[in-house]
Design a protein around this ligand. Structure first.
Ligand code: GRF
Length: 203
């Protein structure tokens, strides 16, 4: 099933956030969505990890959190179908992947055209995949950062919405660089959401 792309909505855009870890991007996105100037509602969180720290974030926010444990599914397609079903049942308009460490198949991604966002801790197209901070340090990069982009079926691919850069210091370790990047991730995702919501409203 495809989301109707032609419809512009006047009511709040219904947002789902997918996460696998501690949920700091989800927390800052939720804070942003809760501000009065943002015409959106955080209606559902979904995690594929039953022990994810972000579940507690959802409890504190009072947002429904669905656990769909990927280990309980025989195939990637079966997991993706269950996720798709849950998002459609909640009448979600826009999905934000925020530290969601799970590849989604092409059928799923194509079913949400320009309704599926992701944040990645590198200046894409550099360093798709894992260990981005270590790879940037090993390459001797002087600049690193993060990207929020529309998702396409290829991993960490798709039109860039917002990028934020940070300097790489001689003294940096992967952890110190990650700490500088995550601060920018939190700003970038809210900025990107504003851009996307404006586009969805037809402005
Ligand atoms: C972020 O760096 C995100 O870009 C990456 O995983 C981390 C998740 O952090 N894919 P959090 O769960 O949002 O705190």
């Amino acid at each position: 099933m495809k989301t109707d792309m032609s419809a512009t909505k006047s009511g709040p855009i219904r947002i789902a956030i997918l996460f696998s870890g501690r949920g700091s991007n989800m927390q800052t996105l939720a804070n942003h969505i809760a501000t009065p100037q943002v015409n959106a509602e955080f209606v559902l969180a979904v995690t594929n990890r039953p022990k994810a720290g972000g579940i507690e974030v959802c409890e504190k926010l009072g947002v429904a959190c669905l656990i769909i444990d990927h280990e309980e599914f025989d195939s990637r397609a079966a997991f993706d179908a269950e996720l798709d079903k849950a998002l459609r049942a909640a009448h979600v308009d826009l999905i934000c992947c925020a530290g969601f460490m799970r590849l989604l198949n092409a059928d799923f991604v194509n079913g949400w055209p320009d309704r599926l966002l992701n944040i990645h801790p590198s200046l894409l197209p550099k360093y798709k995949g894992l260990h981005t901070h270590k790879r940037a340090l090993e390459a001797g990069d002087k600049e690193h950062g993060c990207t929020v982009h529309y998702m396409r079926p290829e991993m960490d691919d798709g039109p860039v919405i917002v990028q934020k850069t940070v300097p790489v210091l001689d003294s940096d370790t992967p952890d110190s660089l990650a700490a500088r990047v995550i601060e920018q991730e939190h700003i970038a995702y809210s900025d990107a959401l504003d851009v996307v919501l404006k586009k969805m409203a037809g402005n």
